[in-house]
Design a protein around this ligand. Sequence first.
Ligand SMILES: Cc1cc2nc3c(=O)[nH]c(=O)nc-3n(C[C@H](O)[C@H](O)[C@H](O)COP(=O)(O)OP(=O)(O)OC[C@H]3O[C@@H](n4cnc5c(N)ncnc54)[C@H](O)[C@@H]3O)c2cc1C
Length: 318
Amino acid sequence: MSKVLVVVDHVDGAVSKPTLEVLTLARTFGEPVAVAFGAQAAQTAGAVGEYGATALFTVTDPVVDEALVAPRAEAVAQLVEQTGAELVLLPSTLDTKEIAGRVAIKINSGLITDAVEVSGAIGEVATTQSVFAGNWTVRAKVTHGVGVVTVKANSVPAEPAPAQPAVEEANVSFSEGAGRARITASEPKQASGRPELTEAPIVVAGGRGTDGNFGEVEALADALGAAVGASRAAVDSGWYPHSYQVGQTGKTVSPQLYIAAGISGAIQHRAGMQTSKAIVVVNTDEEAPIFGLADLGIVGDLHTVLPAVTEQVKQLKG
Ligand SMILES: Cc1cc2nc3c(=O)[nH]c(=O)nc-3n(C[C@H](O)[C@H](O)[C@H](O)COP(=O)(O)OP(=O)(O)OC[C@H]3O[C@@H](n4cnc5c(N)ncnc54)[C@H](O)[C@@H]3O)c2cc1C
């Protein structure tokens, strides 16, 4: 069976949900083999095995933790050759996209980033991307070499298929220059207790219509186990931190469900959320452009609608 090399995104051994989605996707093309980096790489074995990886290559040389992505890219390129992988899949993050670009050059292969759909078969992998601020949907194929594709979060649901991965330290070497760009300091983001915005299956976002009160948005998010997002108008007003902004100059999200409350639907906001699978809109103005994207539109005051929905969700959950 063809091998598909999956690059694992993890923090201290905790594997990200998009990685599990990519492993699920990899199984539709062949046998997933995973590579994880850093001192805690081996701790990912349980999760990657649960989602079907038959092998886990760890790369624990300190240089992968101390340097930027160059050593990781060198390792992935060598593993493609050693494993005979015929496709490389990565979850889309800033780091993995840079790794993907470097790997594609090293192995002389076509590269596609931020795919929201990946189909076809080995040798004829086809993807869908949403580009130019979401104004165009592009279907593309890798026509040269081993395909290297990064996949956006929530593009496929993660489904377990337990396997027992053989864990092995990868036999890779690094060039002299690989470790030259060093990380001098890093600090973990303060945990909000909610899922990460770009990975969350549900996002509840608030805009200027909240009038600065995000309490109702947060309450609904917590009832649904969702992440909170915000429009730029809300962020610029100082009502919510910039790291929660959705849109062209903020984060791009593609959840199963996006609830937009008090957001008009400017093109720059839509650019960051219009690939969401289902969109629910709450807005007092029935002419608001965001209703054009809505699967379910509620014309109403969010200060009334959100608490009512939150109450219903809580009751349903018992
Ligand atoms: C270069 C550039 C980049 C940009 N990048 C981004 C970006 O990344 N993300 C982004 O979001 N914007 C971005 N913008 C800004 C964008 O153009 C809009 O100004 C912004 O999205 C508007 O935010 P909003 O929908 O919250 O506010 P508004 O457009 O003011 O809309 C508020 C909405 O709330 C509704 N409302 C009011 N009260 C209530 C209520 N009680 N209940 C329910 N509904 C109510 C109103 O009917 C209205 O539709 C960018 C702009 C530029 C020029």
